[in-house]
Ligand binder design. Structure first.
Ligand SMILES: [Zn+2]
Length: 220
């Protein structure tokens, strides 16, 4: 609803000039000129018109306060000023439409990026630590020392040089030399080590199958 504000103002001024109390003016015996001034004004200032005016006042008030808030924020930035006006110290550069245009190359952006990388590394490090709980890091390729230790663990005699070459034992050992015995044992140990590091038969996916075979063999 559009209101002729100039006309309403003129009528209000005319009515205001003759009365401050409509009841007195409209009472019997009042001056007809004064009554008309008030009637003309009331005819235009109907509730619909008053409500429309109030709505406009509210709209103006809220739009002004929104503008004021924006200006205050801008002022705040000006006062405490970001050190980089390209990214506003956010590290990100946006064009006028708000579209992301990439990372800024200022010191603030580098600091933000560095902090993010540090946080990510911390998180990855934490996850790794958690994953390693209760586990041991084992080289995929066993050292000669490890294989020898494993062989001796399996057969203590292999730790005594020439043990199987001794004449008495030699007969008992069907003539197989100590060196040959050790060579075979080291080969066996290498195969066992392959099982541990996942380059042999075993893989975690096959665990249940092997477990079932073991159970069947023990209880079957
Ligand atoms: Zn910047």
């Amino acid at each position: 609803m559009t209101i002729d504000k100039a006309k309403l103002k003129a009528l209000a001024e005319a009515a205001n000039a003759v009365t401050t109390d409509v009841n007195i003016t409209m009472a019997v015996g009042a001056d007809p000129v004064e009554v008309k001034a008030v009637q003309d004004y009331l005819q235009m200032a109907m509730p619909q018109a008053v409500l429309a005016l109030l709505a406009e006042v509210e709209r103006l008030a809220s739009s002004r306060s929104k503008k004021e808030r924006e200006l205050e924020q801008e002022l705040e930035v000006w006062r405490n000023g970001p050190s980089c006006w390209t990214c506003g110290d956010t590290g990100d550069v946006h064009d006028i439409t708000g579209e992301w245009r990439g990372e800024c190359d200022c010191l603030t952006a580098q600091l933000i990026s560095g902090n993010q990388q540090r946080d990510q590394l911390k998180a990855e490090n934490g996850a790794l630590h958690k994953e390693l709980e209760g586990k041991a890091l084992v080289p995929v390729e066993p050292s000669d020392g490890l294989l020898m230790s494993m062989a001796i663990r399996s057969d203590h005699a292999l730790g005594c040089p020439g043990y199987y070459d001794k004449k008495v034992l030699g007969r008992a050992n069907s003539g197989v030399s100590h060196a040959r015995m050790l060579e075979c044992a080291l080969g066996e140990m290498r195969k066992l080590h392959e099982e541990v590091v996942g380059t042999g038969f075993y893989s975690p996916e096959k665990d249940a199958d092997y477990a079932a075979m073991a159970k069947g063999a023990v209880h079957g």
